[in-house]
Design a protein around this ligand. Structure first.
Ligand code: HAM
Length: 426
């Protein structure tokens, strides 16, 4: 037997319904915020992620799925959505017609990580990129969309962490201070931190190995190094979050794992007791330099992405209800060739009128057909036997109350319209 690749999931049955439900809720929220759907390719040229996400990030240096295609091009399965969307924004010159593009997406991403509950090699993200505005209002909107989404799903145990990485100038001054701070002790720190010290010192603050050491705890804080412009931007984000009554925590250690961020960064975590270690449900931030770095016009942007599998784990953990429609409107079976043929015709009529139904394709006996109807959670069972054919009527059984009706075949849709009302008034 050939089995699925490590860290991937087959999504079907109830899990499939849950993911579709979450996507529907996300799409509704996106509509409210005037965002448009975008789907970019699942693979892109490797250079996009090297330049976009950053060579020194864990994602690009350790986790990408890279391969050469048959034309010897370097290709990478997308580890995240932002770089591809920015590429598309530039390539399609979206900036020509609109000064603000709000683009939402939902799809699989790929990272070669050590799989565990909530961490996979193929996983789904839902996200939005708000491109074109440098206003703190856009940062606040991104955060409030995330919060709205969780609220809509009924998830209560969440915590929003925010921080500011400042602009390029603030960050450069801070990085010097950070390097000075770690210089004397860097050789006693983990090998990853030693590399980060040279290539990307900010990421030292994210270290899971050394995080309890005093030198970490006493590290200078980026927030103390923000210049006037960066400070004002962050202050306005805070003021507006307060205005909207969005709860948040300023987490001075939050630096995020991708290189493109400037100013506001945020993460939303599940703060549910006993929930596993993969508790960061989503994250994002402002990335004012990325579009220019990828050879586009100087355009500010902010966005976020959520991990759908983790979100569903959290919803399950909190026993949130998924609004999933189960069952079908009717199960139809015919007896004899004429009955079977007519069941196809009745099914088509129902489906043409937006009712869901299934027909017996196995010529089962009556008992087996009723069992099947139960399995499909059919509201009604329609029986087309010899007498029904001869006198052009249908026998319909309410599968819950077991009430039985006999109606002319031509009245099938009228019957469903009436009884549907009945069911809703039940
Ligand atoms: P990220 O923090 O790398 O950000 O990923 C966002 C979310 O995807 C994470 O918070 C997590 O829930 C989920 N996730 C990441 N890796 C895995 C995995 N291996 N298995 C399951 N879930 C995972 C980004 O990807 C940025 N593009 C977000 C962004 C959009 N920033 C600005 N715009």
């Amino acid at each position: 037997m050939i089995t699925k690749a490590k860290g991937t999931n087959d999504i079907f049955g109830l899990e499939g319904k849950k993911i579709r439900y979450v996507e529907r809720v996300f799409e509704n929220i996106m509509h409210k915020y005037n965002a448009e759907y975008i789907k970019t390719p699942i693979f892109e040229s490797s250079e996009l992620f090297h330049r976009g996400v950053g060579e020194t990030t864990d994602i690009v240096s350790k986790e990408t799925y890279d391969f050469k295609d048959r034309g010897n091009r370097s290709i990478t399965l997308r580890p995240e959505g932002t770089a591809g969307i920015v590429r598309s924004f530039i390539e399609n010159k979206m900036y020509v017609d609109n000064n603000l593009s709000k683009l939402w997406y939902f799809g699989p991403m790929f990272r070669y990580e050590r799989p565990q509950a909530g961490r996979y090699r193929e996983f789904y993200q839902a996200g939005i990129e708000i491109i074109g505005s440098n206003s703190p209002m856009a940062d606040v909107e991104a955060i409030s969309i995330m919060v709205d989404f969780f609220k809509q799903l009924g998830l209560k145990g969440i915590k929003v962490n925010i921080n500011s990485l400042g602009d390029f100038e603030s960050r450069s001054i801070y990085l010097d201070a950070l390097k000075k701070h770690f210089k004397s002790d860097i050789n006693n720190m983990c090998l990853d931190c030693q590399t980060r010290y040279e290539k990307n010192p900010l990421r030292i603050l994210d270290c899971k190995v050394d995080h309890n050491r005093d030198i970490m705890k006493n590290a200078p804080k980026l927030i103390d190094y923000l210049n006037e412009f960066s400070k004002q931007h962050f202050d306005e984000v805070i003021i507006n979050l307060n205005e909207l009554n969005i709860d948040y925590v300023i987490n001075e250690k939050l630096v995020r794992g991708l290189d493109y961020y400037t100013h506001t960064v945020f993460e939303i975590e599940a703060s549910i007791k006993g929930f596993g270690s993969q508790n960061v449900l989503g994250g994002g931030g402002r990335y004012d330099n990325l579009i220019q770095n990828l050879s586009g016009p100087d355009t500010p942007a902010v966005g976020f992405a959520l991990g759908i599998e983790r979100l569903i784990l959290a919803l399950d953990y909190e026993k949130c209800e998924f609004n999933i429609k189960e069952g079908i409107d009717a199960y139809i079976f015919g007896i004899g060739n004429l009955g079977i043929n007519k069941s196809l015709f009745i099914a088509k009529k129902l489906r043409d009128n937006n009712y869901s139904c299934e027909i017996d394709m196995f010529n089962k006996n009556i008992k087996a057909n009723f069992k099947q109807a139960d399995k499909y959670k059919a509201a009604y069972v329609i029986i087309i036997g010899e007498d029904e054919i001869k006198n052009d009527y249908l026998t319909i059984k309410n599968n819950r109350t077991k009430d039985e009706y006999h109606i002319e075949s031509s009245q099938i849709i009228a019957f469903f319209k009436d009884t549907k009302k009945e069911i809703q008034n039940d």
